[in-house]
Write a protein that binds this ligand. Sequence first.
Ligand SMILES: Cc1cc2nc3c(=O)[nH]c(=O)nc-3n(C[C@H](O)[C@H](O)[C@H](O)COP(=O)(O)OP(=O)(O)OC[C@H]3O[C@@H](n4cnc5c(N)ncnc54)[C@H](O)[C@@H]3O)c2cc1C
Length: 512
Amino acid sequence: MIFKLADIKGDVVRSADVAIIGCGAGGGPIARELASEGHSVVVIEEGAHFTRDDFSLNPAEAYMNLYRDAGQVITFGLPFILMPLGKTVGGTTTINSGTALRILHPILKKWHLNHGLSDITEDELNLIYAYLEEYLFVKRADPEVAGKVATTFLAGAEKLGLSCGWLPRNAKECEGFGSCAFGCPSGSKQSVDVSFVPDAVSLGADIYSCCRADEIKVSGGKASGIKGHFLDPRTEKPTGHKLDIDTQVVVLSAGAVYSPYFLLKQGIANSSGQVGKNLQIHPASSAIAVMDERMDAPKGIPQSSYVDEFQGEGIMLEGGTVPPEIHALALPLLGRRSAEAMTSYPNMGIFGGMVCESDSWGRIVKLPRRGYRPAILYSLRGRDVEKAKIATSLMAEIWFAAGAKKVFTPISGHYELTGPKDLARLERSSLRAGDMFAMSAYHPLGTCRMGGDPEWSVVRHTCETWDLANFYICDGSVLPSSPGVNPQLTIMAIAMRCAGFIDERLSSWGRA
Ligand SMILES: Cc1cc2nc3c(=O)[nH]c(=O)nc-3n(C[C@H](O)[C@H](O)[C@H](O)COP(=O)(O)OP(=O)(O)OC[C@H]3O[C@@H](n4cnc5c(N)ncnc54)[C@H](O)[C@@H]3O)c2cc1C
């Protein structure tokens, strides 16, 4: 059953085989897998539960209901980067764009060679990916539904002879409502809330929404349960009711920002000193074109197409159409100039470019007097500013090839490009991190990394922590580096693998 706040009339004290903290790309698959093996599973999720009927195509409402801190999570450093996180049953998958890609082969090789993870073989991962792709209805975006922004941008890329195409997505009969980031109103996107969660519940798992886990119970060097409390997820005001569960296994799947924060707060599982470090985020830039003809955004699939010509250099372009109120925030203009530019919204197209293999490493830290909020420290370093510039100028060049009259970029001194001369000036420019305005990031990873050496990693290849028996971490935080592409499918694959190890452990106790 999925318990909502109204169902909780007193303290919850119970036992189960497994407790999972967080119900996103990591937690959801583990819950379903273990429930399907007959284990009793309890999932604790801080956010509330919503269904497609609740999704109103209203971004402001969605930010309040489905996002942590109403979508205003930012990194501190140069530049400040907006990094939205989901907080709802389904986690960030409920508000993601549905792109479903496998890890790049050379990166898995680096995991083997540099991180001691040769137990995660390519053959095994490919089997899991294939299973997930079938379960989640992954297929290439339909050009008929993708919308004018995507088809126009791809036409520009093809004109320049760049490698490009349609992205694989976990969506079943997508109708192109243009609203992936605010909850899919047709239920087509196979996010965790509409796939793993209903299946886990039908197999007997219990999900407590609006419940924040506060502490892992530890006895005799082993995890033995969790404690938490119920709260209104919008106001964060506690209801006064507590949760106390005794379990044999605990899984922390609170995401790459909140899993390390949880551990740092409690002071556990950090003998390596690596908890919270090694943060990668895929910083992203954008380019907004003004075209002669109507683009009809946000109609279509927000993220349906890609240009991967420079993937080898760690640069990937992916569509990112947004409704007008969010689009206005990406324009590098203020006041009347912004209002005037927005009158062209019907003729505008936006595209995103991310640095998916980067030189920058950030950190999650616990600061006093910030409430239940870590600080996320991250600055663009090394070649990353140059890569963000290359991504932006490439997008601008593609837009011009597609017929754009003008392109807006988030780069100081280059906010409005009107043709090849401006583009050449941008390409020749030497930028500093502070010159990038309005960057965003969607893929925090790496802050409790997996590895073969307990001095350099927080969890083993099975996702069990080196420090505490029967305590697993499984979410974006355990990926030892970016997979080179959008991470949800790889997080789910690692979660399926982790569930197998937990099942073996629980079953061996059952047999003993
Ligand atoms: C707008 C957007 C678009 C994206 N698009 C894509 C895409 O197209 N393809 C892709 O591959 N990836 C995409 N991503 C990223 C992807 O969704 C995430 O990488 C993935 O969901 C991360 O999984 P996770 O399990 O680490 O964390 P999450 O999915 O974020 O789940 C963590 C959950 O834990 C809960 N939690 C945290 N602390 C506690 C606590 N103490 N107690 C109880 N619960 C807690 C949180 O509320 C949250 O629901 C996108 C992200 C965003 C923001």
